[in-house]
Design a protein around this ligand. Structure first.
Ligand SMILES: NC(=O)c1ccc[n+]([C@@H]2O[C@H](COP(=O)([O-])OP(=O)(O)OC[C@H]3O[C@@H](n4cnc5c(N)ncnc54)[C@H](OP(=O)(O)O)[C@@H]3O)[C@@H](O)[C@H]2O)c1
Length: 289
C-alpha cells in the first residue's frame, strides 16, 4: 500500500411500525431503553425505536469527509442526527436542510462535560468520525484522536449512552503486527504518533464498558465504491483502500445490527475480487470481545 492511501489527517414493548423504502417511524412508545436491538427488514432499514420518534444519533466530526457521509446515510436510513461540529453556522451551509438534522457545537478538546451537554439526554448512540486537521500543533493527533475520543466516551457514560462507533484506522497496532517498517505506519506516526494515539483511544473504549464497534478502514477514498467490502478481525490488514461511502455504510450498519457488531473491532478495505456479502455476514465473521 502506498503511503498516500493511508494519509490520516488523520432496548421491549409493543410498537406499531410503519416504514417506507428508506425510512421508518414507530408510532407507539412504551419503553425508554436505549438498546439498538434491531428489527430486521429487507435492507436492514430500521432499528428498534420505541420512543415514538426517530432514533437520534450524535455524530462527532460530522463536517468531515467521512462524517458527512455518515450523517447523510443515517438520515436516509431513518435516523435523526445531532451533528456535533466546531462551527455550527459553517456546518449548516454544507448540508441540505432536513427536519431530522440538528447541529450542535462540539469540540472534542473541550472536555467531557461540554460534550455530554452536546450529546444531550436524547441521543441513543454516538458515532465518532473525527480526525485532527494538519497544522503546526504536533500534539493535535493526541488531543483529537486520543483525548478527544476518550472525552466522548466519558460523555457517553455521563449521559447513559451505551452505543459507540468509532472510525479508527488499520495499522493502529502496526508495531505488534510486525509492521513497524510499513511506510504508512512510519509516516503516520512521524506526524504526532497518530496511530499510537488512536490505538490508546481504542483501548480506553474497550475498557469503558460501553458497547462499541471500532471500524478500522484502510486508506480512504472519496471515489464511489469500486469493489466489495472485505471485513477482517483486528490487526489483520496492513494495506488496501476503501471508499468513504462504504466506511459510512459500515458505521451505520453497525447501529442497525447490534447483535452482530457489538464489542467488535473490524478492519475494512474494498476489493474488486471479493464476493459481495451481507453486512450481517461480514460482522458475524469477526469474533467479538
Ligand atoms: N485519510 C485516510 O486515508 C484515513 C485512513 C484510515 C482512517 N482514517 C481516519 O478516518 C477518520 C475520518 O477521516 P476523514 O479523512 O474522513 O476525516 P476529515 O475529513 O479530516 O474530517 C475530520 C473531522 O474531524 C473534525 N475535527 C477535527 N478536530 C476536531 C475537534 N477538536 N473537535 C471536533 N471535531 C474535530 C473536523 O471538523 P472541522 O470540519 O471543524 O475541522 C472534521 O469534521 C479519521 O479519524 C482519520 O484519521 C483516515
Amino acid at each position: 500500500m502506498t503511503t498516500s492511501l493511508l494519509l490520516l489527517r488523520h432496548s421491549s414493548s409493543a410498537a406499531a411500525v410503519f416504514f417506507s423504502s428508506s425510512s421508518f417511524v414507530f408510532t407507539k412508545n412504551t419503553n425508554s431503553s436505549r438498546s439498538f436491538t434491531s428489527i430486521k427488514m429487507e435492507r436492514g432499514e430500521a432499528s428498534e425505536q420505541i420512543t415514538g420518534e426517530k432514533k437520534k444519533v450524535f455524530v462527532a466530526g460530522a463536517t468531515g469527509q467521512t462524517g458527512k457521509r455518515i450523517v447523510e446515510q443515517l438520515l436516509s436510513r431513518g435516523f435523526a442526527v445531532k451533528a456535533g461540529v466546531r462551527d455550527v453556522d459553517k456546518a449548516k451551509t454544507s448540508f441540505r436542510q432536513d427536519p431530522s438534522l440538528h447541529f450542535v457545537k462540539a469540540d472534542v478538546t473541550e472536555g467531557s462535560e461540554k460534550l455530554a451537554e452536546a450529546i444531550g439526554d436524547d441521543s441513543h448512540a454516538v458515532i465518532c468520525a473525527t480526525g485532527f486537521r494538519p497544522g503546526f500543533d504536533l500534539f493535535a493527533p493526541w488531543k483529537i484522536d486520543n483525548f478527544g475520543t476518550v472525552s466522548l466516551v466519558d460523555a457517553c457514560k455521563k449521559q447513559g449512552v451505551n452505543r459507540f462507533v468509532l472510525v479508527s484506522s488499520i495499522l493502529v497496532n502496526g508495531a505488534a503486527m510486525g509492521q513497524i517498517l510499513n511506510p504508512a505506519y512510519i509516516f503516520l506516526n512521524v506526524f504526532g504518533l497518530t496511530l499510537v494515539a488512536k490505538l490508546q483511544a481504542e483501548k480506553y473504549i474497550k475498557r469503558s464498558g460501553v458497547n462499541y464497534t471500532i471500524v478500522r478502514p484502510g486508506g480512504l477514498k472519496n471515489d464511489p465504491p469500486s469493489g466489495n467490502v472485505v471485513m477482517e478481525p483486528e490487526d489483520t490488514l496492513s494495506g488496501g483502500s476503501i471508499s468513504r461511502d462504504q466506511v459510512a455504510e459500515v458505521a451505520v450498519e453497525a447501529l442497525l445490527d447490534e447483535e452482530e457488531s457489538s464489542y467488535k473491532v473490524v478492519e475494512i478495505v474494498a476489493s474488486a475480487d471479493a464476493p459481495k456479502r451481507s453486512y450481517k455476514d461480514l460482522f458475524a465473521s469477526v469474533k467479538g470481545h
